[in-house]
Design a protein around this ligand. Sequence first.
Ligand code: BDP
Length: 566
Amino acid sequence: MTSVIKFKPDPNIGIMKPLRDWIDLSGYYSFKADPDQVGEKEGWYDGFEGSPIYVHSSWNEQNPVWDLYFGKAWYLKKFYVPLPAEDGVAWIVFEGAGYLTKAWINGKFAGEHKGSFSSFRFKVDVKQGWNALAVEIDNTPTRTLPVWDEMPNALFFHYGGIQRPVRLEFAKEPYITDLTFTSSQDGRFSIATKVSGNADVTVSLSRGNRVLYEGKSGNVDDRLASPEPWSPENPALYDLTVSTGSDAVLERVGFRSVEVKADGIYLNGKRVFLKGFGRHEDFPVTGKYMPGSVLIRDFYLMKELNANSFRTSHYPYSNDHLDLADQMGFLVILEAPVAGMASYAHRNPDAFFSDPSFLKDAKAQLAEMIAEHKNRPSVIAYSVANEPESVTQASKAFLDELKKLARSLDPTRPVTHVSYRLLEDVDYDTDDFISINSYNGWYSMPGDPHQGAIKTRQVAEELHRKYGKPVLVTEFGAEGIAGIHSDPPVMWSEEYQALFIEEYVTQLKSADGVCGLHVWNFADFRIPQNVKWALLNRKGVFTRDRQPKLAAQKLKQLYGEIPAYY
Ligand code: BDP
């Protein structure tokens, strides 16, 4: 599988340092919904009359008419290529579009892709001068990933469209097709490069203007004398440049080690406590696209609350998002888009998890996620799924296949699955650490966060005793509607949410074997219409527009009292 080479920012956050020629294809497009699915038959790839839309962003909130549109839709754009494009290779690169994407350049089919949350590319023929790009997106709610069969029960809003950047990228043969960097905090590192043909490859590692290592091969095992290790306190990044003469790519890498022992997760040899959040990519109007300015605010807010970690619940986040995690020092649990199964699969988990096409899609999207993000220092572990019905042999077989694949693609990172089946779960034996979601005091034991937190502590400690593995509490939280106050603290008030979080953190921070706490969620986010929710999922400690609730102040204090290393 060919990994996607990313353009990474230079040390000034947000400034792109492309090492290939490229043309940005974001901007205004022409858009047309295709509810009758006639576009392909009628040749819309050659052109159609549409209305304006902006790429990249979900289509839904750009026009109230499209808000609840799920299905096929078309995008069209004319673009100008100033270079003699014919004497090299050109790709159209999507950093995330979906769920099903088909693209045509100048009426010629370029390729199709399944999955909304990874980068993919199609080789294309473009000509110097004007060209046309047509894209068909299909987000019909079906057994996609995440699973959307039953819309009202879906875990978050089912946005659609070309939701992340698009560009045209050029290279000359032989070009670099894959790059893997692994390291440890003592300076040992290895580089493995794949190239499209025969080429002399050179590699270099530098910091700022200082070149610290140069090698004359794309495959290197070596050691850098006394590197600055990467950590949340000091996220030291190095520029790794790999060049074939005709092509060059840049990755920003770090020197760090991750190890799981029975009593915790170790970063650079020290036992680290993960303090943070489950997040979402969700923002008004832009939908599933997170503007850089919002990400910047989020990361400052997370730092302000003394957090050092988050999970990319429930799909891999954008390159912009994860670049900031590398840059600002967050420990990321990177989650594959295998989620949304609970309400559906519990009726017949055997049939659900034995479906070979479901496993095939899950494996493909997990593999893409790892290929794209495997060089990031921030990514310390992979979650292969959120809340699968991990209580039967069929679901266990499904999850074990995913874990086996993750380990074969990347033996350096621990693997987990996120369970809400707690003591009943049958798949912890193949996890490196255990991850649990718990809502005692909200969905169960409503109104009693104190006993709820005690019960969760007992479950976490029992799992740790039984399996001899650390336990990360990946979700706990309560809805708090901003501006709703109550004395005494009752459910849905800001006070109840703050109290719930306080009870959980107090119980769990010193629980035997608990290696971290992720509050659900960083910010309120959009969900399908359902009597369970008041317009949004209100479990954010910040509102959807990033204003603090009472819980934010409380959490700042609580996380501030937990030492990062213990
Ligand atoms: C958990 C899911 C999460 C939901 C949360 C909730 O993992 O995606 O948003 O419940 O109900 O089960 O708020």
